[in-house]
Design a protein around this ligand. Sequence first.
Ligand code: SF4
Ligand code: SF4
Length: 418
Amino acid sequence: MNKQSAMNAYIKEIGGWVAGQLEACTRCGLCASACHFYQVTDDPEYAPVWKVSLLGQAYQQRFTFLGRLRQALGLGRPITDEALEKWSKLVFEGCTVCNKCAMVCPMGIQLGPLIHDVRAGLTAAGLVPADLHAATVKQDAIGSPLGVTDDAWQERIDWIAEEWEVDIPKDKKGVDTLVVFSSIEIMKFPENLVAVAKIMAKASESWTVSSKGREVVNFAFFEGDRELTKKFLNRVFGAARELGVKRIMISECGHAYDAFRWTAGNIMEVPKGIEVTHVVRVVYDFWKAGRIRLKKGAYDDGTITFHDSCKIQRRGGHIKEPRELLAWLAPRAFKEMSPAREQSLCCGGGGGVISIKEADALRLAVFGMKVEQMNKIGAQAVCMVCSNCRLQFTEGVAHYKSGIQVRGLTDMVFKAME
Ligand code: SF4
Ligand code: SF4
């Protein structure tokens, strides 16, 4: 049953693009060296090329002459339910869909999107890790993967506004910008909301949050469940349409930026005339336009580095904005890790991995590589523009007792405002 559902899903997914990618692979194995999960385990099953080979097997069996012949003669290697369960662990717990492997593939194969397709087939077969699926179910039923109900969301926003004495407009029509936060930010990093509210006020930007489109995270996207991904995206797009905004600003959340900025346009009708942008871009533009002024050297008191998030920097290309901001805020203290920018090493918590309890040991082992990178340059602090990465860093530095301070860049910008 599992086997058939997964295979059916793969056969549906395999179009010209997927077939071309699979055919192009020369089995050189170079992608393995780029994968942090392979590097810490030294297990060939964690090599990106192996992770996508499930899709490759479906393709061979169904779409190649030799494959069909082998099947007809009973010579094809059947895929067992047991093997699928093992694959589920590999692609959900041992892959953050960071797409770093694609950077080294000499054939230009986009392994990340292919692994996303492998996840989709396993999801169709009901083989999603329980914790990840529970979060998706909660997001569907309640509106938040962390289980934040409508009332709890309203109360939390009101509490943040009161506690920090900031104005957080709710459901305000006719403003320019709809800001969508993640439940992680609302519950664990409320200072992100405060920072955005203060920056928007200083820049005289008209904005609002929405009670209907209140969750930027999309757990169905992690699963590869296309229909549910669209449903979650539509909650925000629908709210943006109703409010009549000109743009949606994604807060410090990487995969949400990918989902709204690129995936949405490929899987559904997106509202015309509404720009999707990321907070790092907006803050940078305000600064460049003189709408906010920042104190030069505000963080020049100890080596600080920047972590490039896979979906915002490698995928999204927002590489210069945080660097220019940091060159201003910490001209002497800012130091790059190596590798960085589009070659940056993933933190190990993306792709929904951080929500899977069973993946904890592997996730933290992978983070050890990031600790080494930071230690090499003597970093005393690290900042980033993704709250999922920030959660992973917060847990990771505590696990390794490294003492490195973990910060969100938007919050740093707010605190450096003149
Ligand atoms: S997408 Fe990232 S985590 Fe997944 S196989 Fe490639 S390098 Fe490894
Ligand atoms: S690097 Fe590219 S061509 Fe080589 S094994 Fe990996 S996916 Fe195939």
